[in-house]
Structures are given as structure tokens and as C-alpha cells.
Design a protein around this ligand. Structure first.
Ligand SMILES: [Zn+2]
Length: 129
């Protein structure tokens, strides 16, 4: 089914990243306003809902649209967002970033770089001097 004004004629497929800019879901009947899919009530297992271009999107059928946008423009979005952060770092908009995402990302980057250094060290031991 495709409702009038839906950007897609069919589902694009589920997302790979868990996008949920509404921080909500529903286990009741939901409609994806992107492809027109009507999802039946699902007892106890919530659908992930997004708001995209003013429309409700169900991640299970059209979340992949955001995956594509992320692949094509994610770095540009991050660059602009970090510029906004640099202009006003004490804005409440950045509180979760400063308290959670940034320290977590730096910790993971450190762990990844240490693991890579260990792998390089192991490979170097196998090479002739
Ligand atoms: Zn959809």
C-alpha cells in the first residue's frame, strides 16, 4: 500500500544503526508515512519510530533511508554540529554529548588504538630483524 504523498513506493529496508530521533516506539498498530506500510499490533515488542522530513518513519521498514543519508552526509553533519558545539559548548543541547557520548567515544578510541598497537607489535615479532 502507498498513501498519497509517501516519498517511497515501497519499504527501503530496516536500518543498521538504531536511529530513533523520537526516543519512542510503539507496539500498537503503526503507519510508516514514508512507504505507506501499515504494521500490525505487536504484543510487547515495540516498533522503532523516527521523525524524518516531517513524517513518521518506522525503522523496521524505512530506517535504511537514514543509513543512506548517514553514509552520504554523516561527516558533514558531524562537522557542522561540532562547529555549533565550539561556538557554545555550555548549551544544554550538548550536555549529553559532553557527559556521555564524547567520553565514551574517546574511551573506545583509546581501547581500539591500544588493541591495534598490540596487533602491530605481535606482527613485528614475526618479521625477520
Ligand atoms: Zn516504511
Amino acid at each position: 500500500m502507498n498513501t498519497t504523498g509517501s516519498p517511497f513506493k515501497q519499504s527501503m529496508g530496516p536500518d543498521n544503526y538504531g536511529w530513533n530521533n523520537l526516543n519512542s516506539g510503539s507496539d500498537g498498530t503503526v503507519i510508516c508515512e514514508f512507504c505507506g506500510s501499515v504494521w500490525p499490533e505487536r504484543d510487547g515488542q515495540s516498533y522503532t519510530l523516527l521523525r524524518f522530513l516531517g513524517k513518521q518513519v518506522v525503522a523496521e521498514c524505512c530506517g535504511q533511508a537514514l543509513d543512506v543519508i548517514y553514509r552520504e552526509s554523516g561527516e558533514e553533519f558531524v562537522r557542522v554540529w561540532l562547529e555549533e558545539f565550539a561556538q557554545n559548548p555550555i548549551s544544554p543541547k550538548f550536555a549529553i554529548f559532553l557527559r556521555g557520548y564524547l567520553p565514551d567515544a574517546l574511551k573506545k578510541a583509546r581501547q581500539s588504538s591500544l588493541a591495534t598497537a598490540e596487533q602491530i607489535s605481535e606482527v613485528q615479532k614475526l618479521l625477520p630483524a
